[in-house]
Ligand binder design. Structure first.
Ligand SMILES: Nc1nc2c(ncn2[C@@H]2O[C@H](COP(=O)(O)OP(=O)(O)O)[C@@H](O)[C@H]2O)c(=O)[nH]1
Ligand SMILES: [Mg+2]
Length: 329
């Protein structure tokens, strides 16, 4: 039976995936439970939610025990997050170093990365957070990587063309992820029937195409590439193919940039745009700035591609990329 989840439920679930503290998780889970349609088809979902709520409550009441786990709740930053995952030596850390300000350890031996590490990738006038992770193998799949996959806007799943074992190692990492509850897919969605099962949009990043053996290996590995993910070929070291990748990462964040202007000022603040999810409205922008701004909101003026310059709009106006907005209360 379809669960017929409401828009509010989906919003709460989305916020749950991005929660960075146990209290935020609890608030979202409670909202999800409230919004869940109560009928036979959702019995299991209700039970799952209640179980999760009691688990988070325990975590909140026992701060010492959660200290370890908390360390992996990385603060979100910028327009969204892409997490880099894959087998050992695929070049995950090299990619983080190539795209961001971070300086991770890059090494020929496996498991040089032991903890998730964030970096900031600039894109035009905004930034995207990338997170490097320890390798996933047939034996090791750290729970914090699962949480990162679940909460990210995008997964960069890496294939190593630098080793004859690369295909096999990718396959093993792939199996681990797809056997978990936080899976990869061509687009991000939740399983309507099975609460807690999520798919995060993924790009297959084929790395080390600079090597002379890369082409032959890729032909050989094609047997392993039987899943349908968008694919980009790069060399993180050389570097090669990084511009299309950067663009794809930004586009996967699915945001619009909005510049705000004060009513008494002539010029908008063009230096630091807000980023909102595509489809969000002027009222969402007001809420993002401050609860009080949203509460006192009366109307707005918008300068942008979809609006005549300075036209007056209501709170439900859907923002377009690079709109300039003046909020009036
Ligand atoms: N030739 C080549 N070597 C690379 C490339 N990317 C990474 N490497 C090398 O592969 C090894 C493993 O890289 P690293 O980023 O530490 O892999 P990780 O375990 O996935 O984080 C290092 O010796 C890197 O210099 C690439 O695009 N081309
Ligand atoms: Mg590494």
């Amino acid at each position: 039976m379809p669960a017929n989840l409401t828009l509010q439920y989906h919003k709460a679930e989305q916020a749950y995936r991005r929660a960075t503290t146990p209290q935020e998780e609890l608030d979202c889970l409670q909202l999800m439970l409230k919004e869940l349609p109560k009928h036979k088809g959702t019995d299991k979902m209700q039970a799952d939610l209640k179980q999760k709520i009691s688990r988070v409550k325990k975590e909140i009441s026992k701060p010492q025990k959660s200290a370890v786990k908390k360390g992996f709740r990385l603060q979100r930053h910028g327009a969204g997050r892409a997490v880099i995952v894959g087998g050992p030596n695929a070049g995950k850390s090299q990619l983080l170093a190539a795209l961001t300000n971070a300086t991770p350890e890059i090494a020929e031996y496996p498991f040089s990365t032991r903890e998730p590490q964030p970096g900031i990738m600039p894109w035009e006038d905004v930034v995207v957070q990338l997170v490097d992770t320890p390798p996933i193998t047939a034996d090791v799949f750290a729970p914090e990587i699962q949480a990162l996959i679940r909460g990210a806007e995008l997964v960069l799943f890496m294939l190593n063309l630098g080793d004859d074992e690369g295909g096999q190692e990718m396959q093993e990492a792939f199996q681990q992820i797809q056997n978990s509850r936080s899976r990869m897919g061509p687009e991000t969605c939740v399983d309507e029937e099975d609460i807690g099962l999520t798919y995060t949009q993924t790009i297959l990043v084929i790395n080390k195409v600079d090597l002379p053996e890369a082409n032959d290996r890729l032909e050989f590995f094609r047997d392993y590439l039987d899943f349908e993910l968008p694919t980009l070929e790069i060399s993180a070291l050389e570097p090669r193919g990084l511009e299309p990748l950067r663009k794809a990462i930004y586009e996967a964040m699915d945001v619009v940039r909005v510049y705000t202007k004060l009513p008494n000022k002539k010029e908008a603040d063009m230096a630091s745009p807000f980023t909102l999810k595509r489809g969000q409205t002027v009222l969402d922008l007001a809420e993002l700035i401050h609860r009080d701004v949203a509460k006192n909101f009366k109307s707005a003026r918008v300068w942008g591609s979809q609006m005549h310059d300075g036209s007056s709009v209501k709170g439900d106006y859907v923002l377009s990329d690079q709109d300039i907005v003046e909020l009036n209360s």
